[in-house]
Ligand binder design. Structure first.
Ligand SMILES: [Fe+2]
Ligand SMILES: [Fe+2]
Length: 263
């Protein structure tokens, strides 16, 4: 099975770059399932029902999330019943969304898990204890298991990679919006990258127009954020997962730049 995972889609520029390019990208890599992080989908903050359904229509099949999942109060009813979006499993309120996604692709069972880090992040239960308990019932012998670890600290993500090597098919980091070049297959067959990056405007500070951030840093006065529309990129990884072992044979880091000539 081939999975395409896309790093945090940031606002309308992130959605638009997928509208124009996702179909072709999926064809290029013969993708079976596309998963994306939606936490910044609407204006960079949270998820709206309209934005989510539109982005699914571009070819995203399932979505993970993170600390911005509940930024829009009006979306709570939708997020509680949308079975294609999962919340961080280790967040304290299990009723606030799907705790994981279980689906079928042909004869294979695919499990999608989202975890949140504890270092420099909002309060959450231990991601290590949470996934350890979950894997007592869902094993790599019976399932392809994809984990998006939404965390700030590289060390926390790296530690999780060793904790889960051989127990999940892939562990992909998100949240920093900066793609790392450490993609690898760990010794026991788990694919890993510290951060998949961001899909959206990279002429920015993690998606926000750079002048707004620079002015705020210079004088200490917060200004309303505006989404950057410049330096459009699709960031993510392609995972080629072995049908027999549910381990990953190959991980390819994807970073496509689309409007550099205009910036
Ligand atoms: Fe994000
Ligand atoms: Fe985040």
């Amino acid at each position: 099975m081939r999975i395409l995972f896309l790093g945090d889609i940031y606002g309308k520029p992130g959605r638009e770059v997928l509208k124009r390019n996702l179909k072709h990208l999926k064809q290029e890599f013969s993708i079976n399932i596309c998963i994306a992080n939606f936490e910044n989908l609407a204006d960079g903050r949270g998820i709206s029902e309209k934005c989510a359904k539109t982005t699914f229509s571009y070819g995203v099949d399932f979505a993970t999330s993170g600390n911005h999942l509940w930024d829009k109060v009006e979306s709570f009813p939708y997020l509680r019943q949308e079975v294609r979006i999962c919340k961080p499993m280790n967040y304290p309120k299990p009723e606030m969304g799907m705790n994981f996604i279980e689906t079928k692709f042909e004869t294979k069972n695919l499990i999608i898990v989202n975890l949140a880090g504890q270092s420099f992040m909002p309060p959450a239960n231990s991601p290590f204890h949470t996934i350890d308990k979950f894997l007592e019932n869902y094993t790599i012998e019976d399932n392809i298991i994809f984990v998006d670890f939404h965390a700030e600290a590289t060390a926390e993500k790296r530690a999780m990679s060793w904790f889960l090597d051989g127990r999940v098919s892939a562990l992909v980091g998100t949240h920093t919006h900066i793609q790392t070049s450490d993609e690898q297959i760990l010794p026991q067959g788990t694919a890993y990258i510290t951060d998949a990056g961001m899909t959206g405007g990279h002429e920015s500070v993690i998606g926000v127009q750079k002048d707004i951030i620079l002015d705020s840093i210079k004088d200490g006065v917060h200004r309303p954020y505006k989404v950057s529309q410049r330096g459009l990129e699709i960031n993510g990884v392609m995972l080629d997962i072995d049908d027999k072992t549910n381990r990953t044979n190959k991980i390819i880091r994807i970073r496509r730049c689309f409007d550099r000539e205009n910036t």
